[in-house]
Design a protein around this ligand. Structure first.
Ligand SMILES: [Fe+2]
Ligand SMILES: [Fe+2]
Length: 255
C-alpha cells in the first residue's frame, strides 16, 4: 500500500527546527511552564523526559548561547540593548517628557514605564515593571510606573488626556477595566504623586511616531543620577527584585 506523505504543518516544521537547534546546543535548554502557557499548553518537560531525550547532556544552568551575551556586571542600559525587544516607544515617551521640561524623575518614569511590556511580561506590565525597578529608584518613580497601568484607562481633561483610541481599536468599544484597576485608579487620584503617574499617560499617548528621532544617549545622565546601579551588576546584587533581572538575563536556566 502506498502511503501518501502529508505535507508538514507550519507548527510541525517549527517544532522540528526547535528540536534541531536544541540538539546542536551543548546543554539542555528548557522552557518554563510560563513559556508553554503562552503557547496554550499547561505542561512542561520533566527532567526524566529531558534526560531520556538528550542522553549524556547536562541541563543549562548559565547563559543561553542563543541570546546576546550580557556583560559580567550588567547595567540598566545593557538590558535596554541586549534584552528589551525594543526601546523606541520608551525613548519617544521620555523624549516627549524631556521636551516638555518635566522633572528628571518624571522623565525617568517615562523612560521605564513599559519595561514590563518590552522587557518582561505584557500582562499587568505596570506592576511587573514597577517591581523590577523599585529597589533602584525613588519611590515616586516606581509608584508612577505601577499606577500608569490603571490611569491609562481613565481620562483626565485637566491635562488633555482622553481615553486612547488605540484601546477602542485593540480591546473593542465595550471593554471595561477589571475592578482591581478601577480601585487602583480611585486610590491614585487622591495620591500626592498622582500627577507624576498621569504625566506618563500624557507623554505616552502621543509617542507612537515611527519617524521620531530618539537616542538612548540623551538619557544616560538622567539614568546615572536617578537609577542606583548596583556595583555587582544588575541581577547579581541582593535586592528584592534582582532575581527578576537574573531571569531576564538567563531565562532558560533549568533552576
Ligand atoms: Fe504602559
Ligand atoms: Fe506606553
Amino acid at each position: 500500500m502506498n502511503v501518501v506523505q502529508q505535507p508538514k504543518t507550519l507548527s510541525e516544521r517549527a517544532d522540528e527546527l526547535e528540536h534541531h537547534m536544541e540538539e546542536e546546543l551543548e546543554r539542555i535548554v528548557t522552557k518554563s511552564l510560563l513559556f508553554n502557557l503562552a503557547d496554550g499548553k499547561v505542561s512542561m518537560d520533566s527532567s526524566a523526559a529531558l534526560n531520556a531525550k538528550y542522553p549524556g547532556k547536562y541541563m543549562l544552568m548559565g547563559d543561553d548561547p542563543r541570546l546576546p551575551k550580557m556583560p559580567a556586571k550588567p547595567t540598566l542600559l545593557d538590558y535596554f540593548h541586549h534584552r528589551f525587544a525594543s526601546m523606541n516607544h520608551l525613548l519617544q515617551s521620555a523624549t516627549h517628557a524631556l521636551k516638555a521640561g518635566l522633572p528628571e524623575k518624571t522623565i525617568l518614569a517615562c523612560l521605564l514605564h513599559d519595561i514590563g511590556v518590552t522587557g518582561f511580561i505584557r500582562a499587568d506590565h505596570g506592576y511587573w515593571g514597577a517591581q523590577m525597578i523599585e529597589p533602584y529608584v525613588d519611590e515616586e518613580v516606581s509608584w508612577a510606573v505601577r499606577v500608569h497601568q490603571a490611569l491609562r484607562f481613565f481620562p483626565d481633561e485637566s491635562v488633555g488626556y482622553k481615553y486612547p483610541d488605540m484601546y477602542v481599536k485593540n480591546f473593542g468599544p465595550d471593554y471595561q477595566p477589571e475592578p482591581y484597576i478601577v480601585r487602583e485608579y480611585e486610590a491614585a487620584r487622591k495620591h500626592k504623586w498622582y500627577m507624576t503617574a498621569r504625566q506618563i499617560c500624557v507623554n505616552d499617548i502621543y509617542s507612537f511616531d515611527p519617524n521620531a528621532k530618539v537616542d538612548i544617549n540623551d538619557f544616560v545622565d538622567i539614568v546615572g543620577r536617578h537609577f542606583r546601579q548596583p556595583a555587582e551588576g544588575l541581577g547579581w546584587d541582593s535586592s528584592p527584585s534582582a532575581h527578576m533581572w537574573r531571569t531576564l538575563m538567563r531565562p532558560t536556566r533549568f533552576l
